[in-house]
Design a binder for this molecule. Structure first.
Ligand code: CP
Ligand code: NVA
Length: 328
């Protein structure tokens, strides 16, 4: 067995180091903190085989985290449950009908939970609901597990996956093709903070709002640029990564038929991937196979979609450890 001195993984301290109390948006992190979370995530991934002896295994010892989900989830729910347990903490999942303001005001739910648990992971509709919850319970650590506007935990995993694929990400181009949605917004925030170029190709009316585009340009570092385009082919040409997501997000089901028509020219298929050159293909999942991306692309040699899914776990472990971990 290698001695501690010969281990090559450089591991940050397994306890709270982020300045923010909550993680409701990727913009709660500084670019340096974002880089630290990714570094810790990669270290935790290497360490995982060491089980209870791994770094971070007691970071959440004695702490409970509540999972409040108002929309379905496979990846986010499973990876948060595993993440908390592998950091030595425990999870509770209050039933949805008592969780988020149907039976009593959101602020009261937050003020109750604050007396029992250290962290709350929330998937909900409007970002305002999450902010209302976080504001009511300043001692809690509130984590955004997807809102209509943002999906910052997905972006952490996506950026970690890009770091894993390419090493240095500064100067790379990621092309997001499809809907300028929650996943696109958080990915763009993080990519621009790390110095990546972001191209977004959407139909008219589905791009980032002017307000979001201005906010994104404001967080760009190290020469990063944001281009909003209409032509998917132009967007992917020369990109290192081509990303897409479902055309209809949770909560928009009534628009599905209309969206299928509008987004049809934005499908990521083999012809589009060929135009991109040797780009990797990314998708947050769940996918509507045959709509936003074909099976050939999803299951093809460029696809890194299941690496992204795996890295949800490692990225969220790093986030929880640096957001609310205690030194033992
Ligand atoms: N990508 C993602 O958030 O998946 P779930 O909706 O299954 O959690
Ligand atoms: N944009 C999608 C992401 C699902 C993980 C949605 O909000 O439904």
């Amino acid at each position: 067995m290698p001695s501690r001195a010969t281990r090559t993984v450089r591991t940050p301290a397994a306890s709270r180091s982020l300045r923010t109390q909550h993680f409701v948006s990727l913009l709660d992190l500084s670019p340096a903190e974002l880089a630290d979370v990714l570094t810790a995530g990669l270290a935790l991934k290497k360490e995982r085989a060491r089980g209870v002896r791994s770094y971070g295994a007691t970071a959440l010892a004695g702490q409970h985290v509540a999972l409040l989900f108002e929309k379905p989830s496979l990846r986010t729910r499973c990876t948060f449950e595993i993440a908390v347990r592998e950091l030595g903490g425990d999870v509770i999942a209050p039933p949805q009908d008592v969780a988020m303001g149907e039976r009593e005001p959101i602020a009261d739910v937050a003020r109750n939970l604050e007396r029992w648990v250290s962290g709350v992971v929330i998937r909900t509709f409007a970002q305002d609901r999450l902010v209302e919850f976080a504001t009511a319970a300043p001692r809690l650590h509130v984590v955004n597990a997807l809102t209509d506007e943002e999906h910052p935990c997905q972006a952490l995993a996506d950026l970690l996956t890009l770091r894993e694929q390419f090493g240095e990400v500064q100067g790379l181009t990621v092309a997001f093709v499809g809907d300028g949605n929650n996943v696109a917004a958080s990915l763009a925030q993080g990519a621009l903070m790390l110095g990546m170029h972001v191209r977004l190709a959407t139909p008219v009316g589905y791009e980032f709002s002017d307000e979001i585009a201005a906010q994104l340009r404001g967080v760009a570092r190290q020469g990063a640029t944001l281009e909003v385009m209409r032509d998917p082919k132009a967007a992917v040409t020369g990109a290192s990564a081509v990303y897409t997501d479902a055309w209809t997000s949770m909560g928009q089901e009534a628009e599905a038929q209309q969206r299928r028509k509008v987004f049809a020219p934005f499908q990521v298929n083999e012809a589009l991937m060929q135009a991109a050159g040797d780009a990797v293909f990314m998708h947050c999942l769940p996918a509507h196979r045959g709509e936003e991306a074909t099976d050939e692309v999803m299951d093809g040699p460029s696809s890194i979609i299941f690496d992204q899914a795996e890295n949800r776990l490692h990225a969220q472990k790093a986030l929880l450890m640096l957001l609310m971990g205690r030194s033992q």
